[in-house]
Design a protein around this ligand. Structure first.
Ligand SMILES: [Zn+2]
Ligand SMILES: [Zn+2]
Length: 171
């Protein structure tokens, strides 16, 4: 994703709006065992404030995760507010890298900046719902959808016979 700052740099405009709808590689999400549910939408407004360009906007996409508790797949919505400053590398001595994103030339590739923002927004332990009941450790039932079957486990007929002897009842 590249934003062209030519007009802003030449001061023919004071601000510029950018809109992207791009596919990001799922490789980015491998450490999180996730994948993108669709494209990454970015709306960005950039204003010239002299030496520095001020950029603000938002990024929206979704990531498909496997819930850490119930193992069902779900889409985690990613909504990130973007807010950063851009300065030309000629001002490298005036700013630190925490303050601005440096650009040399007219085009700024914001892909890695956005990738970092996405990674920072993702949960380490993705949950389909905060109240996800997870799976029963005994019978494996998804407790969000069904009840535990542990007590219904098939009883060995020999034990059943023993129970009858003990209680003295006939079936
Ligand atoms: Zn879950
Ligand atoms: Zn169970």
């Amino acid at each position: 994703m590249k934003i062209n700052l030519k007009e802003l740099k030449q001061k023919t405009v004071d601000s510029e709006d950018y809109s992207f709808n791009a596919r990001f590689s799922d490789e980015l999400l491998l450490p999180f065992r996730g994948r993108f549910s669709g494209p990454v939408n970015v709306e960005l407004h950039v204003e010239s404030t002299g030496k520095v360009f001020w950029a603000a906007g938002d990024l929206r996409t979704g990531v498909v995760f496997e819930c850490a508790r119930c193992l069902e797949e779900f889409i985690f919505p990613v909504n990130i507010e973007l807010n950063f400053n851009i300065a030309d590398t000629v001002y490298r001595n005036d700013f630190t890298e925490e303050e601005v994103v440096f650009v040399s030339g007219d085009e700024l590739d914001i892909t890695s900046y956005l990738e970092e923002e996405i990674l920072l927004s993702l949960p380490m332990q993705p949950l389909c719902d905060e109240n996800c009941q997870g799976l029963c450790a005994g019978c494996g039932a998804n407790l969000n959808l069904e009840s535990c079957r542990c007590s219904e486990k098939e009883i060995d007929p020999r034990w059943e016979k023993l129970k009858q002897l003990k209680t003295g009842k006939e079936v």
